[in-house]
Design a protein around this ligand. Sequence first.
Ligand SMILES: [Zn+2]
Ligand SMILES: [Zn+2]
Length: 240
Amino acid sequence: MIDLHVHSEFSVDSESRLEDIARVAKSRGLEFVGVSDHYEMRFEKLKYSFDLEEFLRAVDSVKSDVTILKGVEWGWDCEGSVPIFDGFDYVSLSIHRCDEQIENIDDCYEDFLNRMLKCVERAEFDVLDHFDFIRRYMPSNPPIPDRLRPLVMDILRIISDKGSAIELNTEGFSIFGEPHPPIWVLKEMRRMEIPVTIGSDAHKLENIGRDVEKALELIRDLGFEEVVIFKERSMEALRI
Ligand SMILES: [Zn+2]
Ligand SMILES: [Zn+2]
């Protein structure tokens, strides 16, 4: 079992120590835990970040039976230069917002997905995180509007061509009963043979591994036969 989206105290919004993450991951039966802390760029400036070298050294110093993978949750608005993440096992690309001036939900989704399209075209990344992230924070958690499905398909085609993966982020299960991305997108991923990985987005220790079993059950039902992890920027498949 895997959880490739856990935040540590290297993120501004988590206090989890790496040693505790490893301990809890083991107690939950995880074989691989990926720590991917926020490295958020806005308007070419760093909004939240952490010392990349210090993080890598800190992970190396943790003694654990669980394999800790070194990830980074790279939040980007698709502007300016692309950072280099030397020494990491994987880079997770994350889009976290639509334009703040937009109030209408449909238009926010359209702006968000257009940003995502631009980012996935430009970025070098291993996995795209929480596909429909803004759903989490909108009143009543509306799904992607049907009229925007062609835009979603354009994004999926680019990801497929690049050979990157998409995360099934389990946090949606407890908020609106469906993961990020929604099931129809997971079905398209399966059809297009886009690899899937799983992450809980745990900002607290108690959420590590949350709903990973449920996610596995769901993707097995959809016909997936493996999930992927990353080591030194190479994808490895695990049978499920
Ligand atoms: Zn995120
Ligand atoms: Zn996250």
